[in-house]
Design a protein around this ligand. Structure first.
Ligand code: MMA
Ligand code: CA
Length: 320
């Protein structure tokens, strides 16, 4: 190989080591086949070219290796990403399916909630109605209880009344027909001058009337008789006149000694049933006693002038 050729080859080798390598190899082969008579400088150049050629190969190999590694890393990364993407996408599908399921569940729950709210309102309304019914029943029960108590008291009163009437029936049966018609019986027969006629007499005239019937003015010498007569008087119809003109003469006077009251049978008064403040012998003219309709059955007597006109009560002893 000439110098010029060598120079060209070196210059070319700097640009294309592979080509240089091929050329040099073919030159080497030529040289081996035709050993040249070369200058030492030329040999030095050849060894340099060979050294450069070896370094390039190493760089080339290193680059290829790095490139290979990078390709492998890239592939691994791509595969990893693919796997990861697949996983994520499955997850996404799963989640979106779940989410739509949950949405429908949520809608159902909201629907249930509204339904429950409406039911609750209904239950509340029913409850309030029930409370109202309960209250009214309670009031009704209280009313019934009061009514029952009232009826119970009435019943007790009626039972008492029945007992009294029964005993009265017994007395009446025992003394049946022992008093004239229109006379009342209590150990004796009693006659009350009739209210309807309005007929009134003085004490003396009243006594005469009683005597016409074989009786005398009434002697009220026990509480039993007093209560008996008061009960009969209170059972009579009320008239519009003043109380003191609506009295009934009885057989009691203090004509002999003022303030000493004696019954017609001559016995002195021991137990009296005077009104409050009586007897007061008004203007020293009141010597005859009469009984009146009064609320308190044990305070019904008043002393009045004997010539006053009043009604009267006669008493006739039972025949033994
Ligand atoms: C008053 C009172 C009586 C009396 C009568 C007489 C209305 O009562 O003083 O004690 O007997 O009058 O009418
Ligand atoms: Ca009087």
């Amino acid at each position: 190989m000439t110098d010029v050729k060598m120079k060209d080859s070196v210059a070319y080798a700097e640009n294309n080591p592979e080509d240089i390598h091929n050329k040099l190899s073919s030159e080497d082969d030529n040289e081996l086949r035709h050993p040249p008579h070369r200058h030492s400088k030329t040999r030095h150049k050849v060894s340099m070219v060979r050294a450069i050629n070896g370094t390039s190969t190493q760089i080339y190999m290193l680059s290829a290796a790095i490139l290979g590694i990078l390709c492998a890393v890239l592939m691994a990364t791509i595969i990893g990403l693919c796997v990861s993407y697949k996983g994520l996408s499955e997850k996404h599908i799963f989640l979106s399916q779940n989410s739509s399921q949950e949405n429908s569940n949520l809608k159902q729950l909201i629907g249930n909630y509204h339904q429950l709210t409406a039911t609750l309102m209904k239950v509340q309304t029913n409850f309030q109605e029930a409370v109202g019914v309960k209250d009214s029943m309670q009031r009704e029960r209280d009313r019934d209880r009061l009514e029952k108590e009232h009826l119970q008291r009435q019943k007790e009163a009626l039972v008492n009344e029945e007992v009294k009437l029964q005993s009265r029936i017994t007395v009446l049966e025992k003394n049946c027909e022992r008093c004239p018609v229109g006379w009342e019986l209590l150990h004796s027969c009693y006659f009350f001058s009739p209210t309807e006629t309005g007929r009134k007499l003085s004490w003396h005239r009243s006594r005469e009337e009683c005597k016409k019937s074989g009786a005398d003015l009434a002697v009220i010498d026990s509480q039993e008789k007093q209560e008996f007569i008061s009960r009969i008087l209170n059972g009579k119809r009320t008239s519009r006149e003043s109380w003191f003109t609506a009295g009934y003469w009885i057989g009691l006077r203090d004509v002999e000694t003022e303030g000493v009251w004696k019954w017609l049978n001559g016995t002195e008064l021991t137990e009296g049933f005077w009104m409050e403040g009586e007897p007061n012998d008004q203007i020293s003219k009141e010597d005859c006693a009469a009984t009146f309709r009064k609320e308190n059955p044990l305070m019904t007597w008043n002393d009045a002038p004997c010539d006053h006109t009043l009604k009267w009560i006669c008493e006739r002893k039972l025949q033994p």
